[in-house]
Design a protein around this ligand. Structure first.
Ligand SMILES: *Cc1c(COP(=O)(O)O)cnc(C)c1O
Length: 380
């Protein structure tokens, strides 16, 4: 059996390694200059006034939910086609996630259903740029403005993407990112929140540091031991070691997104000629960042259905995956919030058909051709 191509993986070069080694030889391992440098570089890249770096993408979502003041009694509208963390953080804050179904061709939040789901308790919308496809932010913003709601973009799939030539990261009140190795750039583990709102940025900086309002650098400059906890926070601080890797990786982001888009184009062209395979639609206004390449497979054409197709792909060395089990189908959500099958029929039907295929910057043309040839053979 050939070695299995994963659906995503990191690329680490010698300059990345050297950047990390340099920090290890420096005076600062955490809360030092590399954290601020990474934040400033990131904010400049996505065009926001502020960026706040944290330990991972889930911490980014949690800090953002906290900054928005989400708490008991508050409803947050979000799509079920996402990683569970998007909903989990609402629960951590004591709020109620309300799942709104997606559009069939893009699997992005359905704006019409979104507006219909708003109640007097609704506090925010958490949109997800599924697979790296930026949502229609003008449409979402019109709705959130009309109802006085906060708009958060879970942009963990979409770093390097754009909507109407505006970079992902600058399209919502808050945007969150992950630097897990399968994402566009990696810090090992890491996350970031971007915003133009200084007050929200300040709340998130306090939250990531136990709820202490002044950070260590500020206290050092003021030569003071004094601090106060207004509200307990977490230790979501990211280290300078991680941020040095992030800075080094950021320099390659544009090339890597271009590479992902090139692989996606090859898949799109090939699958147009294979019966039973349907790539997701991409909106005209969107520059897709392709964290994932998702194809819908008419699995009824394959003996044994999706599970058998999935296993056959794996046997051929194609490490497909499924993103995602709709969040409202997980046992916790069923038990706590009474969700279940039938709540979001579009997402549930898509779940039965979707496959995430290998896409990452280090893939060769031969790898891409192998994926295409394997699928063409199996779907015959
Ligand atoms: C990866 C991801 C997260 C969580 O990021 P971690 O860094 O793994 O905590 C959240 N939301 C989405 C949509 C993601 O893809």
């Amino acid at each position: 059996m050939p070695e299995c191509l994963p659906y995503g993986r990191q690329s680490i070069d010698e300059d990345d390694i050297q950047a990390v080694v340099d920090v290890l030889r420096s005076d600062w391992l955490t809360t030092g200059p590399k954290v601020a440098e990474f934040e400033q570089l990131f904010a400049r890249r996505v065009g926001t006034a502020h960026a706040v770096a944290v330990t991972n993408g889930t911490a980014a979502l949690h800090a953002a939910a906290h900054a928005l003041g989400i708490g008991p009694g508050d409803e947050v509208l979000l799509p079920p086609m996402t990683f569970a963390a998007t909903a989990n953080v609402v629960v951590h804050q004591g709020g109620t996630p309300v799942f709104v179904d997606v559009e069939p061709e893009t699997l992005l939040l359905d704006a019409e259903r979104l507006e219909a789901a708003i109640t007097p308790r609704t506090k925010a919308v958490f949109a997800v740029d599924y697979a790296g496809h930026p949502c229609d932010y003008d449409a979402l913003r019109a709705i959130t403005d009309r109802h006085g709601l906060a708009l958060l973009a879970d942009a963990c799939h979409a770093l390097g993407g754009a909507y109407k030539d505006r970079p992902v990261g600058s399209l919502a009140d808050l945007s969150t990112f992950s630097f897990h190795p399968v994402k566009h750039i990696t810090t090992g583990e890491g996350g970031m929140i971007t915003t133009d709102d200084a007050g929200l940025a300040d709340r998130m900086r306090t939250f990531r540091n136990h709820g202490i309002s002044a950070d260590f650098q500020q206290r050092r400059q003021q030569a003071s031991w004094f601090y106060e906890i207004a509200q307990p926070g977490h230790n979501y601080r990211i280290s300078d070691i991680h941020c040095a890797l992030g800075i080094s990786q950021m320099g390659k982001l544009s090339d890597w997104v271009a590479g992902r888009r090139r692989i996606a184009r090859q898949y799109d062209e090939a699958f147009a000629d294979i019966a039973g395979l349907t790539p997701l639609r991409v909106n005209d206004h969107a520059t897709h960042a392709y964290h994932l390449y998702v194809v819908r497979a008419d699995v009824s054409r394959y003996p044994g259905g999706r599970a058998a197709l999935f296993a056959a792909l794996r046997d051929a060395g194609v490490g497909a995956n499924v993103h995602y089990i709709p969040v409202h189908l997980h046992p916790f959500y069923r038990r706590r919030f009474g969700t279940g099958p039938g709540l979001c029929p579009v997402a549930e039907a898509a779940y039965e058909q979707i496959l995430s295929l290998p896409i990452f910057p280090g893939m060769s043309d031969r790898d891409t051709e192998h994926v295409i040839a394997t699928l063409a053979g199996l779907m015959k």
